[in-house]
Design a protein around this ligand. Sequence first.
Ligand code: CP
Ligand code: NVA
Length: 318
Amino acid sequence: MKHFLTIKDCSAAELAELIDFSTQVKAEKKSGVYPYRLKNKNVAVIFEKTSTRTRCATTIACKDEGGHAEFLGTGDIQMGKKESIHDTAVVLGRMFDGIVFRGFKQSTVNALAKYSGVPVMNALTDDAHPTQIIADFMTIKEHFGKLKGIKLAFLGDAQNNVCNSLLIGCAKMGLDMSIGAPKAYWPTQDIVDYAKSIAKDSSIIMEEDPIKAVKDADVIYTDVWISMGEENLPGSTKKFHQLTPYQVNEKVMAATGKSSTIFLHCLPASHNGEKHINEVTEEVFSSKQSLVFDQAENRLHTIKAILIKIITESDNGK
Ligand code: CP
Ligand code: NVA
């Protein structure tokens, strides 16, 4: 595994190994064991978009493992202004042992991977959020003891980066996935077709009725209705209106028919703002069924596992 760019690029065995390795590194940290697997390794962390979890997880992961993360916001570097992505990638590749990128275009992270010569981790683009899915699956496995056969229902904007990556991840790892969203916000046909083509023993269902979508679900997952970069696009009032029936509330949680259903959200979440913009109610967000803060903590352990894996496996002797 040279890079970690999309869930699509990873085999089911690699995903399973990453989840198990994340559990191992979590246990190590809890018992004060620091094996310094990134000793003397320097990681460039380029963020075009804001972040709390992913940025902090990357910094702490490098520090815990004896390495260093150099944060480069868009205001700090020449890339995209005075310098091309190609030239930036080559320069960073001469100095650093790995690159972490969060931003808009998937093509940017792909180009950094292509031209830098060092391992690259995708920390979120408009299209994908692959590191998130490793933490989500780790959290599900911690709670239910398995992934295969778990039914995950995603409600809301099913065209966004998180849902795209979840859909492919569920198909690869044998989780049943059902999507509850208005047709206008269903994932694009190419992603659905790809997910269906690789889903061997699991189902993928698209539903316009949120109550039908969550029936028998073990996990209800949602994400913000307006993703980063979409804030100033026209039509947000219409989008809120279209997605309101897909808000995760107590009625939706009860509609699974299982008292064991858990609630997940990648965070940040809108749960205590004006009612019409909340993808989840305060009651569900702060309920016992909500594991969102376990999920957030697991971003640290999973990002650490991913960085160790890609950087140590392609050790170029720098
Ligand atoms: N879930 C997630 O990626 O959070 P941040 O945007 O805070 O990194
Ligand atoms: N879909 C959200 C995820 C944030 C972690 C966004 O892109 O803003």
